[in-house]
Design a protein around this ligand. Structure first.
Ligand code: SAH
Ligand code: SF4
Ligand code: F3S
Length: 467
């Protein structure tokens, strides 16, 4: 990882000055609506933009139709993510016909793709602002230009490698927070576009991370999730990441989680942290991508099946109750039926709590996009369906094994299906639904598990919580 450079504080002050100016403008937008697509990185970025819009005097609108400014934070990791983003943007054209004063902003990973911003400017002239992932901190300045110049602004920078501290933020939750620890990715897995749109790896200073965690803790936050495309690369090594975890654990925040870690450099120190740290939750998202060595090599993953299974064994030895989840790509170019069977077999061996499964999607500019791919889509669909069915079966068996236990649940929401049911997660991050009231949101409760659903548990609160 190369040396991190920091955006100077004077630049942040300048942006803060511009936010004041916009706030004082009478004809500026007064309400906003943000659509966050893709991963947690984008969600966290959306909290930053929401913070900026708030400082500029705007409030969140309950729906897109009621907002003066709509912002799309896009994802481009797979083609369908991109199509969804573009579909949404086209829909906005109609909205703008009725309300010409509506401001439309598009940022995130898709705009950072090579040639994309220019193409969007050409094809969608009704978009007021297009900005990239590297220059998010200059959003106030760009918006101010939109409001004063009266023509579209397109600003996507190619320079990356900077870390910005001290931006405003408006967090979505008061008890669960994301904390960025690093940005970008240097791994260049051959299928993946993320290194091209998120730039080179760079880490925040440990002091800045600890300060942020402390601030959140003082504000009542019960769970933090550390974010990075590959947290094991934090400051150049798994040991450095483990060290950060030890320091965070000492703060006493009730729950610490992180994502995502790469199996190739999951250090002994990190495995050790699972055995010793009180607040590190027994869950690890460890994307395997495929169960066959040839495919893993062609994906540029730098580990093989045996090494992955060994890491899993060592993690389970360190923390027997650890729950593992994963990402799997089906139909990578040239994947044979036999190679796919090895992925099925690996899933049987590891027994994940759950898995995100994707059909390979070629991304322009990546190495895999040039590899010959002769497997028909129907065959890929059959493979992924078998994988999904098998994983659902394993999930069911794991969840059924939890019936009868009493779990500590951090209550997070009212169930979407039934308003009298609350939802929350166990230390292993499994969703539990139980009868309760919204007053419990943000609190820990003990729940006895009574039955298992498809991928959630059901339970009832234990009397005498003694809080
Ligand atoms: N940095 C994280 C997540 C990256 S994107 C990590 O390394 O795990 C999340 C997941 O999307 C990846 O783990 C991968 O399974 C999937 N993915 C990425 N590119 C893809 C592509 N071109 N086609 C299909 N799935 C893809
Ligand atoms: Fe993409 Fe691989 Fe980096 Fe994850 S580690 S973001 S899959 S290149
Ligand atoms: Fe998508 Fe960008 Fe995340 S491409 S998955 S939003 S890093």
């Amino acid at each position: 990882m190369r040396e991190t450079t920091f955006v100077p504080e004077t630049e942040i002050q300048r942006q803060r000055g511009i936010m004041e100016i916009v706030r004082a403008m009478a004809d500026r937008p007064h309400t906003y609506y943000i659509v966050s697509m893709g991963c947690q990185m984008n969600e966290r970025d959306s909290e930053t933009v929401a913070g900026m819009l708030t400082e500029m005097g705007m409030t969140a609108a309950p729906a897109r139709e009621q907002a003066d400014l709509i912002l799309y934070n896009t994802c481009c990791v797979r083609e369908n993510a991109e199509n969804k983003a573009l579909g949404n943007v086209i829909w906005l054209k109609e909205l703008k016909k009725d309300r010409p004063e509506l401001k439309i902003c598009v940022g995130g990973c898709m705009t950072q793709e090579k040639g994309m911003a220019e193409a969007m400017k050409r094809n969608y002239p009704f978009i007021d602002l297009i900005y990239g992932t590297h220059n998010l901190y200059r959003f106030p300045e760009y918006l101010w230009r939109v409001l004063t110049e009266g023509r579209p602004v397109v600003e996507v920078e190619q320079t990356d490698g900077e870390v910005v501290e001290g931006l405003p933020e408006k967090r979505r939750s008061t008890f669960k927070s994301f904390v960025n620890i690093m940005y970008g990715c240097d791994n260049f897995c051959t299928y993946c576009i993320v290194p091209y749109v998120r730039g080179r790896e760079r880490s925040r200073r440990p002091e800045a991370i600890l300060d942020e965690a402390k601030r959140l803790q003082d504000a009542g936050v019960k769970e933090i999730t550390l974010l990075g495309q590959n947290v094991n690369s934090y400051m150049g090594g798994g040991a450095a990441f483990a060290d950060l975890l030890y320091r965070l654990d000492a703060l006493g925040i009730e729950r610490i989680r992180f994502m995502t870690s790469h199996p190739k450099d999951l250090s002994d120190e990190l495995i050790g942290a699972y055995a010793t740290l009180e607040h590190l939750m027994p869950h690890l998202h460890l994307p395997v991508q495929a169960g066959n060595d040839d495919i893993l090599r062609r994906m540029n993953r730098h580990y093989d099946r045996a090494r992955y299974l060994d890491v899993v064994d060592r993690l389970r030895a360190a923390r027997p109750d650890i729950g593992l989840t994963t990402d799997i790509i089906v139909g990578f170019p040239g994947e044979t039926a036999e190679q796919f069977e090895q992925t099925m077999d690996l899933v049987d061996r590891v027994r994940y709590d759950s898995a995100y499964t994707f059909i390979y999607s070629p991304r322009t500019g990546t190495a895999a996009a040039k590899m010959p791919d002769d497997t028909p889509m129907e065959e890929k669909s059959r493979r992924i369906q078998r994988l999904i069915d098998r994983q659902l079966q394993i999930t069911k068996e794991i969840l059924e094994g939890m019936v009868g236990r009493t779990e500590t649940v951090l209550v997070e929401s009212v169930s979407a299906r039934d308003g009298s049911m609350m939802g929350g997660r166990t230390p292993r991050a499994i969703m539990v639904n139980f009868p309760g009231t919204p007053a419990l949101i943000g609190r820990f409760v003990k729940v006895r598990i009574t039955s298992a659903g498809k991928n959630t548990l059901r339970g009832e609160m234990v009397a005498n919580q003694g809080e």
